[in-house]
Design a protein around this ligand. Structure first.
Ligand SMILES: [Zn+2]
Length: 277
């Protein structure tokens, strides 16, 4: 895998610099980005795949209970009330302050050019040999909650790299069209598990997914029951002031956010059903 020029630490400091960084990426990663942008232009495909997906099966296959517990403990060192309360809404300044304490570089900036909205963010581990310090990029052109979700996802990569050595790729991109792909990749799923637990703490998850049925069986079902989805919306509105549809949003963007909502909710359900978290 070719190594990026060391100037990358400086070039990422502007939107133009970010474009430069993306251009410098190894060919394999650039091709992957092109594939993801194409997928992003067909938002219903990812949604259809997620609706049918058995999350319990993916969770069991990709991450053990012990691994998830380890990640939760690591996040509780950063956020003491993690999985007890919803993580409070965070600003760009909060991202900087937090990553500064962890020895991670963070760049939060809007990126819309060249189909930039497809990109939510990325994480570069220092073990990749590309950078001196780990780097988190968050595309703040997205809604505040989406930007925070990206931040927690990338932070999840950092923690998973450090605690579980889950870092098979030099750069982890987060595209708004790749949720279904995350389910088969332990590093991506680990990062998403942290997002799910951050947004839906245990008591909230128990309320949302309250059911007389056997959770394990129900969580395998194709769709979220309507009642559960209503509770998901109510919770996001109460905790983060977020609800769909948002004003001035394209149909395609709305579909991506809806897909994200369903993905994190189904994952949260699987965590409760399978690992009682
Ligand atoms: Zn990722």
């Amino acid at each position: 895998m070719p190594v990026l020029r060391p100037a990358v630490d400086k070039t990422v400091n502007s939107e133009g610099g970010l474009l430069e960084l993306l251009k410098q990426l190894p060919r394999e990663l650039r091709e992957r980005r092109n594939r993801e942008v194409s997928a992003w232009k067909r938002p219903t495909r990812d949604l259809r795949r997620l609706l049918k997906h058995d999350y319990v099966h993916s969770l069991r296959r990709s991450l053990s209970y012990a691994q998830v517990r380890k990640l939760v403990r690591a996040f509780q060192e950063i956020f003491p009330s993690f999985n007890a309360c919803s993580l409070s809404m965070m600003s760009d300044g909060d991202f900087q302050e937090l990553t500064g304490r962890l020895g991670v570089h963070c760049k939060a900036a809007p990126y819309v050019e060249d189909n930039g909205m497809a990109l939510r963010g990325f994480y570069v581990a220092n073990s990749s040999g590309l950078l001196k310090y780990p780097l988190i990029f968050v595309n703040t052109a997205h809604h505040r909650l989406a930007a925070m979700t990206t931040f927690v996802h990338e932070l999840g990569h950092h923690v998973a790299c450090q605690r579980l050595r889950l870092d098979p790729e030099p750069v982890h991109f987060f595209f708004d069209a790749a949720y279904a792909d995350h389910l088969g990749e332990p590093a991506e799923l680990a990062a998403d598990v942290m997002v799910s637990l951050a947004g839906y703490p245990q008591d909230t998850a128990r309320e949302i997914f309250a059911s007389d049925w056997n959770w394990g069986l129900v969580a395998r079902a194709e769709n979220l029951p309507e009642a559960a989805f209503k509770e998901v919306r109510r919770h996001l509105k109460r905790a983060y002031g977020f609800d769909l549809p948002l004003e001035q949003m394209s149909d395609s963007q709305r579909l991506h956010y809806l897909t994200g909502m369903i993905h994190y909710a189904k994952l949260r359900w699987a965590l409760l059903a399978e690992y009682d978290l």
